[in-house]
Design a protein around this ligand. Structure first.
Ligand SMILES: C[S@@+](CC[C@H](N)C(=O)[O-])C[C@H]1O[C@@H](n2cnc3c(N)ncnc32)[C@H](O)[C@@H]1O
Length: 296
């Protein structure tokens, strides 16, 4: 079964409430196909309800963080309880479409004003998932006097600059085998290869991933979106999960970074976003990628 077997026709999907003409219709997500990939414009919860159950291999997503980012349409400032309840509903909808051996990589961070938020969220999701790994996405790091990467500086006497974000790796049973060496690194001490009987010069990278943003000089180069991640982040998640030609879902796709990564990794992407402008950007980036152009 493919994720779309339960769908009827492109951009003409009717919400259940519309059939009787009595109940209020729920918003109807609109779908378009770009090659093997599917882009939805609409709210992710009703869009996810239209996918067939247990059909997705890898979910990589960065939901709104509830820290007041200036998105085009979404208001990123809910009451904390309301936000957590909403995210629990989204995660329940995601769980339904995950294959039993799927991986869900949830990227999130807090802010100085809301430092507990990522932890409150992950505890809320405990009845739904096992926390198989907790990866730290390092955006910038200083080693000795040398600094690499970029971050948004904080002007404060109390708080440190926030140089990292969380990537929670959630699975249904906590026992999904991973391809650790697909994101592995060469041994520093080469004598370890023979001494410890390794087949190749690669070891597990561990759970701190340094993935810098590319240097940009304007908002337009970030596609006028306030919260994108680098394309290498979803690529590494897919490689770690390790399935060839995976079905990859991003219910909060923004500018479509996860879909680009899916295309580059030989997967089949499904992306959803509430905002028509971001869906347009995602479509343009994906088309450029499929034509062999620049993707990141
Ligand atoms: C942090 S951004 C994701 C950015 C993305 N990772 C990228 O690289 O471009 C979160 C996105 O969620 C979208 N969004 C907010 N509420 C949504 C909903 N109910 N359904 C689908 N998308 C939603 C926002 O429009 C925003 O683009």
């Amino acid at each position: 079964m493919t994720p779309f077997d339960s769908l009827s026709t492109d951009s003409a999907m009717h919400a259940p409430g519309q059939a009787s003409g009595r109940e209020a219709p729920e918003p109807v997500p609109r779908r378009q196909s770009i090659g093997r990939h599917q882009l939805f414009h609409g709210d992710c919860v009703p869009a996810l309800a239209r996918l067939a159950p247990e059909t997705v291999d890898v979910v990589v997503t960065s939901p709104p963080y509830n820290i007041g980012l200036a998105y085009r349409t979404y208001g990123d400032r809910r009451a904390e309880e309301d936000y957590l309840d909403w995210m629990l509903g989204v995660a329940t909808a995601i769980r339904r479409v995950m294959r039993p051996d799927a991986s869900f990589f949830l990227n999130i961070t807090g802010s100085s004003a809301m430092p507990w938020l990522p932890f409150e969220l992950i505890v809320r999701l405990r009845p739904l998932f096992r926390l198989q790994n907790h990866i730290t996405w390092v955006k910038s790091i200083s080693i000795g006097d040398d600094t690499m990467g970029h971050f948004k500086p904080i002007n404060s006497a109390r708080f440190l600059h926030r140089n990292h974000e969380h990537i929670f790796h959630l699975t249904l049973d906590g026992a999904v085998p991973l391809k650790r060496l697909a994101v592995g690194v060469p041994f520093k001490d080469k004598s370890n290869i023979a001494r410890r009987g390794h087949a190749q010069d690669l070891r597990c990278r561990g759970d701190s991933w340094f993935i810098p943003y590319e240097t940009v000089r304007s908002r337009a180069q970030k596609f006028d979106h306030p919260g994108t991640f680098p394309v290498m982040l979803p690529r590494m998640c897919m490689r770690l999960h390790g399935k060839a030609h995976p079905v990859v879902l991003d219910p909060f796709m923004g500018t479509g970074t996860t879909l680009l990564a899916a295309a580059e990794e030989g997967g089949r992407g499904i992306g959803i976003d509430l905002d028509a402008g971001y869906v347009k950007v995602a479509k343009a980036r994906l088309l450029a990628a499929l034509r062999g152009g620049r993707t990141s």
